[in-house]
Ligand binder design. Structure first.
Ligand SMILES: [Zn+2]
Length: 362
């Protein structure tokens, strides 16, 4: 059983992390969601492009992940054929220079480029140790004129740009490196949990969701929650790990191999305490490795979903990933498997009385 789940997990994670899916341009991940789930329920989309797969009877339990990754859009094409760009999502300039990117054209072609700046050899000493701002970087696609970029390559203003990075196993078994584990771990786990849950009975109407535009301020989740009207939501994420040099081990709450993260707080959402207690109880009873986190920073789709309608209880589960929002993030696949195990166990447990109890205050 575990072997079958792990093999499927790795193929899904490879396909999803290598997809091109920046905010507002999530077509490739949406297509994978549809392909994997069309035989598992009724598919639909809201007006922003978030996608849903529903099945079953009972309380409306949503399992959601965001489909987008941090990327860029073409902002300008210089007369000599270099691309200037704007970020969609949070990038740290340190992680960008010399990295490969792909521009997806309107025709669907992928054009390879590299992020560059004026080289240090030509910079005054005072500037060499400073961060180069994004608006002084450019993308070199190997063209020599704007006309060549537009006519021969089909690149236009506004075209989406994503990092290029192959899904790669590391020397240590169970560790994998790829771009966009934030949030392809969440997408893969939502898909896989849905597939596993359709193999046996559970007491609710399960709504699997892929949301758009999380990385630019939890935007897609607003319309997704309004559209799907869940009674309770489980948000699956790829949050940053804190187990590398520079962190105190005694303060780590997102360690690779520590299990699925159960988030109780971040500045965008306070987890419903009854739902938090239920998740921790289920993890203990089912022997699922987990780590509880209270975050001083960050935010997830729960920030939008818990405020929709008359208020929706939310919980955020996460697979900690090192170096998110870069070309090369790292996860331990066991944490992913723990997230799938806790998600499916929670959904099975979430019957009408459990769901009612989350919001009965009188
Ligand atoms: Zn995320």
């Amino acid at each position: 059983m575990m072997m079958r789940v792990q093999i499927k997990a790795l193929s899904l994670l490879q396909e999803l992390t290598e997809a091109h899916s920046v905010p507002g341009h999530e077509d490739e991940v949406r297509a994978i969601f549809v392909d994997e789930l069309e035989s598992h329920g009724e598919l639909s989309c809201d007006g922003s492009g978030s996608v849903f797969c529903e099945r079953g009877e009972g309380p409306r339990v949503m399992v959601a992940g965001h489909m987008d990754e941090v990327g860029f859009l073409v902002q300008n094409i210089t007369p000599d054929g270099f691309l200037q760009f704007v970020a969609v999502g949070g990038w740290w300039e340190h992680s960008l220079l010399s990295q490969r990117v792909e521009i997806r054209t309107r025709a669907g072609d992928k054009i390879l480029g590299v992020v560059a700046s004026r080289p240090p050899h030509f910079l005054p000493a005072s500037q060499r140790s400073q961060i180069i701002p994004l608006d002084q970087m450019f993308i070199d696609v190997g063209a020599s004129s704007r006309e060549e970029v537009e006519r021969n390559m089909g690149i236009h203003l506004g075209d989406p740009i994503a990092p290029v990075s192959a899904f790669t196993p590391m020397a240590r078994e169970d560790y994998f490196m790829a771009k966009a584990f934030d949030n392809r771990v969440g997408m893969a786990a939502a898909i896989q949990s849905g597939q596993l849950l359709s193999e046996s009975y559970h007491p609710n109407r399960l709504i699997l969701a892929g949301t758009v535009m999380e990385e630019v301020g939890l935007r897609g989740a607003k319309t997704a929650a309004h559209y799907a009207k869940p009674d309770v939501a489980i948000i699956l994420e790829g949050p940053p790990a804190d187990d590398t040099p520079g962190f105190a081990r005694s303060e780590s709450q997102g360690r690779l191999g520590g299990g699925v993260q159960i988030r109780l707080f971040d500045p965008t959402a306070i987890t419903n305490p009854r739902l938090a207690a239920l998740a921790i109880q289920v993890a203990r009873e089912e022997d699922i490795a987990h780590q509880v986190t209270v975050r001083r920073s960050g935010g997830t789709d729960a920030g939008s979903i818990h405020l929709a309608g008359s208020g929706i209880p939310c919980i955020v589960l996460g697979v900690p990933a090192r170096y998110i929002h870069s070309h090369n993030s790292i996860i331990d696949i066991n944490d992913y498997l723990s997230m799938v195990a806790l998600t499916t166990a929670l959904v099975r447990r979430m019957d009408q009385s459990h769901v009612d109890a989350l919001t009965s205050y009188l």
